[in-house]
Structures are given as structure tokens and as C-alpha cells.
Design a protein around this ligand. Structure first.
Ligand code: BG6
Length: 507
């Protein structure tokens, strides 16, 4: 008889959205168009939303409900990559879309929002539960939460939740200050900090892979794992976000949140149950176990980069300093790499190499878990130099899947070995469409499942890791640009691995 499944949790597995209204702040912005509305439409398409479901869009731009519906219709048509625009799904969905114009700083706006909510509740029987989604300028988060609180919108008949987009502060202190502002109005348990990487199917699959199988976990430690590489490479540049990006940089934009969360998922201890806080406790513990670096070590084990002009495929592209809105002397990092160590019994001494960058050779996000080689090389043959030890690759995007590399005997009379791989590919194994991260995460927030959301203690733990690096980089002057667009990043990042006898994989 198999033991009781510790992950069984009926709330987590019954994916039915209860009656509710979603209120989007910043509904005239890019995120609403590109991600939120297509995700909500897809949930409607998949019959996951309740009958009276409604969305209220808000922003400063004056618009009628009908104009908002029309705008969202265009957005869904343009940005729903793999969902057919089915008018018979759209029409009833669009009837649930409403709009309230107003300024986040204006008290009257919250009163109007309140009236609209009451009217919708009465008309569509939405039951009083509301999800407030802040997709505005981060500097407005505190003000929006305070406005909701002052109007009494943080309490009602049903639940009231707040979803916030990153960045959660720009350092530890501002992250704490933001959190204090939000927590004055909503309890921490109702604050959902979104990290869209955690909503990616393959990142979630790390949990299934590790804790749903019996054969991998025994190998998942310092005895067998040689090192781990986490790469999030993008071939795009800053895409018109030069001014924002100049203030942020790759370290804060990607490592502080997405990559450290991925690392925590790969390295955390098994949680005793699949309840949100049990899983989040383990992720948080892992983040808090990342070893703090002294400045000397930081100089060796972290590498900033900035791209110069180069070529992506056949296209000539400008360097970061030539992008619109960017200072021609900018010291902003568009590439960041770091070596982290985890101070616990499972991982002591195992390097975790993280890297991310804009304008790299291609778009790929993957985790490589490099296992130790066999203790004794008994096959004395000419291929020895190429003999890659065992490597497990978790491909987060594109071509989501897993691949395990190992040595095999080459057919023939001799005893020659060659690396081969065993592949699992989502597309061919399941033949099903993968939901977008925003579909998963919006559904989770409406259900009240915070497993994939970032808790304040995790935000603080990641800033504790990243802030000293950021400060050191800010105080230093770098010879930028130090990598050409279309390359795999600065040579210093290769040297960082070479010092421990490792090389970056070229995905
Ligand atoms: C965002 C960053 O959080 O993630 C962007 O702000 C980055 O700079 C993006 O391009 C990458 O997300 P994805 O899902 O395309 O890997």
C-alpha cells in the first residue's frame, strides 16, 4: 500500500473560481492588454469563471463601459496567442466588463468605484468578493491601498484581496516600507505578490518532478550534484523601456525576483504538505540560507554586463547606451551573473550559478543540474575528453520539458561511449496547450491559493542577498559595454565559472 499522499489538499485541487469581481488599477496599460485580459478571456473560454463574473477596469483615461469593452476586445484578439477568438465566449464575457475612470489620489474615485461594485453585485450576484489588481506605477501602490482602505473597500461580505506586481521596493528598506503600507489595509494573507516565473508550467513542474517521484530526491544534494546553472537569456533589448530599465538593471529586474524564486524551488526542502504556507515556508527558508558575500568575494563571484552594438540573427542592433531614453554614459547592468552558495546540510559547497541578460544570443530559460562524474573512469577510450557527466536540464522556455544526459555505449565492437539524452517534451507528451503564467496565477488568486505567490519574508530575503551586490556595483565604475549584442555575455562571467573548473552551458 502506498503511503498517504501528503500533498493532497482539496482546496488546491478543486480549481473552481467562486463568484467575485476583479478590479484592475491601470487598466489602460500594457499589462492589462497583453497579459491580464487575454488570461481572463482564456479562463472564460475554458469555462473556469462563474456566471456573474465581472471585471472593473480603472485608470485616469475617461472611457465608457462600451469603449473599454471595445478596447479589450482588440487586446484579446491581438494578444491571445493560442486562443481562438470565439464571439460566443466573448459576448457574455464582455457583458461583465465595466470601467470607472479616476485618479488614485482622488477620494471621489473610490466612492464611484464603491457604487459601481454595489451595482454590479446587485445585478450579477457576485457575492461581495473582490480581487484588486494593482498594475499601476509601483510608486502608486501605497496610495491605492490607502484609498481602498479609506473607502472601506478592503472589507466586505466576501473576501478582499490585493494583487501587486513587482517591483516590491528597490531595496530592503523600501520593500519593508511598501509592505507596511499595504499591510495597514490588507492582512498579509490577502496580499498576493505576483512573480510570473512561478506561474510558468515548467517551474511548477519542478515540484511535481522532485516530490512526486521517488527516484530523484535521493540524488538531490551535495553528494551527487556538482553544481547548478540557472540561465534566463533574452534576445530582446529594452523594448522602449530604456528609461525604466536604466533605473533597474538586470540584477533587480530578474535575479532579485524570478531567478532567486526559481533557485528556491529547485533547492528547497520537501514541504510537509502542499498547503500554500507549507511550500512558501520552505522557499523562504532556502532564500534565507543563501550565504552572504563579503565585498572581496562579491568582486569574484558576481559579474555585471552591458551590451554594446551587435547582431541578433541577421539584424544589426544598437548598444544599450544608444537606446532611446538611456544615458550615453549609463552604468546600468543589462546582464548579471552571480555565484551563490546555500548554507545548509543539503547544499553546502555546491555552487549555484545564476545569469540573465538582454540581447543575448537567443531567448532561453533553463536550469542545468550537473551531477558528479562516475568516481572511476574505467572506459579508456578516445572519447574521454568529450565525456559529459550526467546533466539534467529543466527547460522553462521555449520548448518546455526535461532532458537527462548520460553516457551510452556507441554501437560497434569497441567500447566507445557517447553522451545521449532522454527527453521529456511537454508538447509531444501531453499534446495539450500550456496555460500562460497569468492564467494560472489569476486563477490561483481568485481561488485563494497563494502557493505560487511571493510572501513578504521572501521579498526581504531576496533583497538581503541582492542589495549588497547592487550597492557594490553602484559604487564601482565598469568598462561598459563589455559584451556585444548577440553574444553570450561578458568574458568575466566565463572566468567566474572557470575559477571552479566549470563552464556555462550554451543552451
Ligand atoms: C519581467 C522583466 O519581469 O520579465 C522583463 O521586467 C523581462 O525585463 C520579463 O523581459 C521576462 O519574462 P519572460 O516570461 O518573457 O521570460
Amino acid at each position: 500500500m502506498s503511503p498517504v499522499n501528503p500533498f493532497h489538499d482539496p482546496v488546491r485541487f478543486a480549481r473552481r473560481v467562486p463568484e467575485c469581481v476583479v478590479v484592475i488599477f491601470g487598466a489602460n496599460g500594457d499589462l492589462t492588454k497583453r497579459k491580464l485580459m487575454p488570461a481572463l478571456f482564456r479562463l472564460a473560454y475554458d469555462h473556469r469563471l462563474p456566471e456573474g463574473f465581472a471585471v472593473i477596469g480603472t485608470s485616469r483615461t475617461p472611457m465608457s463601459d462600451d469603449q473599454f469593452r471595445e478596447k479589450m476586445r482588440e487586446a484579446v484578439r491581438e494578444f491571445s496567442e493560442d486562443t481562438e477568438f470565439d464571439a460566443s465566449v466573448w459576448e457574455p464575457f464582455a457583458q461583465g466588463l465595466f470601467y470607472v475612470a479616476g485618479d488614485i489620489a482622488d477620494r471621489d474615485f473610490y466612492q464611484r468605484l464603491c457604487h459601481k461594485l454595489h451595482a454590479i453585485e446587485a445585478e450579477r450576484h457576485t457575492g461581495g468578493s473582490v480581487l484588486f489588481y494593482l498594475s499601476t506605477q509601483p510608486s502608486q501602490y501605497g496610495r491605492a491601498a490607502a484609498g481602498l482602505g479609506a473607502a472601506g473597500l478592503n472589507k466586505g461580505n466576501g473576501w478582499r484581496r490585493l494583487v501587486v506586481e513587482k517591483p516590491f521596493g528597490h531595496d530592503l528598506e523600501s520593500a519593508r516600507a511598501l509592505s507596511a503600507e499595504l499591510q495597514q489595509v490588507f492582512p498579509e494573507s490577502e496580499i498576493y505578490r505576483i512573480d510570473h516565473y512561478l506561474g510558468k508550467e515548467t517551474v511548477q513542474n519542478i515540484l511535481a518532478f522532485r516530490f512526486g517521484n521517488g527516484i530523484f530526491e535521493p540524488l538531490w544534494n551535495r553528494r551527487y550534484v556538482n553544481h547548478v546553472q540557472i540561465t534566463a537569456a533574452e534576445s530582446i533589448g529594452v523594448e522602449g523601456r530604456g528609461a525604466y530599465y536604466q533605473e533597474t538593471g538586470a540584477l533587480a529586474d530578474m535575479i532579485q525576483n524570478h531567478l532567486l524564486q526559481v533557485m528556491a524551488t529547485i533547492a528547497m526542502e520537501p514541504s510537509a504538505s502542499f498547503r500554500a504556507d507549507a511550500v512558501r515556508d520552505e522557499r523562504s527558508k532556502l532564500l534565507r540560507s543563501i550565504k552572504a558575500m563579503k565585498p572581496d568575494q562579491m568582486r569574484m563571484d558576481t559579474v555585471p554586463g552591458q551590451y554594446g552594438p551587435g547582431r541578433i540573427g541577421t539584424e544589426e542592433v544598437p548598444g544599450f547606451r544608444q537606446e532611446p531614453g538611456v544615458d550615453p554614459q549609463s552604468q546600468t547592468n543589462t546582464y548579471a551573473a552571480a555565484t551563490f552558495f546555500v548554507e545548509n546540510w543539503r547544499w553546502a559547497g555546491v555552487p549555484f550559478y545564476l545569469r540573465t541578460g538582454k540581447r543575448l544570443a537567443k531567448r532561453v530559460t533553463e536550469i542545468g543540474i550537473q551531477f558528479n562524474p562516475a568516481p572511476l573512469a574505467i572506459f579508456n577510450n578516445e572519447d574521454t575528453s568529450d565525456m559529459a557527466p550526467n546533466l539534467l536540464i529543466v527547460r522553462i522556455q521555449p520548448q518546455e520539458g526535461l532532458s537527462l544526459k548520460f553516457l551510452s555505449k556507441r554501437p560497434g565492437t569497441g567500447m566507445t561511449l557517447r553522451p545521449v539524452s532522454m527527453d521529456f517534451n511537454y508538447g509531444s507528451s501531453f499534446g495539450e496547450r500550456l496555460p500562460s503564467a497569468y492564467e494560472t496565477l489569476l486563477l490561483d488568486a481568485m481561488i485563494g491559493d497563494a502557493t505560487l505567490y511571493t510572501r513578504q519574508d521572501m521579498v526581504e530575503a531576496s533583497w538581503t542577498v541582492v542589495e549588497p551586490i547592487r550597492n557594490l556595483w553602484r559604487e564601482s565604475k565598469f568598462e561598459f559595454p563589455n559584451y556585444a549584442a548577440g553574444s553570450w555575455g561578458p568574458a568575466a562571467a566565463d572566468e567566474m565559472l572557470a575559477r571552479r573548473g566549470h563552464i556555462w552551458r550554451k543552451p
